[in-house]
Design a protein. Sequence first.
Length: 301
Amino acid sequence: MEEPKTPKTLTPITTRLKTLLRKTQTKLSGKKTPDLIIAALTWFSAILTFSVLLSLIIYIVVGGLPHIKPSLFALNYSTENVSLFPALVTTVMMVAVSLVVAVPFGVFSAIYLVEYASRDNKLVKVIRMTTETLSGIPSIIYGLFGWLFFVIWLGWGFSILAGSFTLSIMILPLIMRTTEESLKAVPDAYREGAFGLGAGRLTTVFKIVLPAAAPGILAGIILSIGRIVGETAALIHTAGTVAQVPPNLLASGRTLAIHMYALSSEGLYIGQAYASALVLLVVVIAINALSASLAKKLTKR
């Protein structure tokens, strides 16, 4: 028996379908090469970044581990033991005071910008432009401002308090921007559901929105801690370089970063400087791990 022939009215349609399928296959096959290139560049960038980070960690561990000794953690600093314990205590104090000052201002400012202020408000635009400008100012400028304002004008002298307030101004834009973006990432359905159940704006912000944005806010705080721990220029002009455990917030002290800089610049304690860098690395990793675990607990809630 002969096969049924395609009606003449359907012939143009089938021809168009075949042409469309051929064009689609050509486009899909042409996209394979760019996708492979992008995937290769992505893997190359990831491997390169990980290799650089791993090489830095290995370099610090190899240079600092042989010089980790009990004398390095003595209570008092001297030219014989070059103890980093006073610098470690000063670093913890500096981080704590700076976060206590900067985090409430940064978080509440971001809450106002996202939850309360209107989008067309000129004040909001001025605040955002100011924060972006502050985030780009070099740290030495912050140090000179802190020296003129906190050390001289307020009469605090070279102290932990002057250094902490200077650092709080430095990290304030970072905390504000990360908190603002975290609050914007919270779906509006959360707010609408809370309003629908009769909750007020303040209750919605603190009971619904902030817990949902907590991981992003903690990420900004972690980045701020990293900047505090690694800062030297601003603290040399405000906190000083005294290598002793500060008895109070109005006493001078040096952080681990300044301690490491001082030892390496003298040229007599290069091994101890590597050991200080290793301790500083361990402290940063511990803080990041603790913050990550806290963020996971808040997310599960």
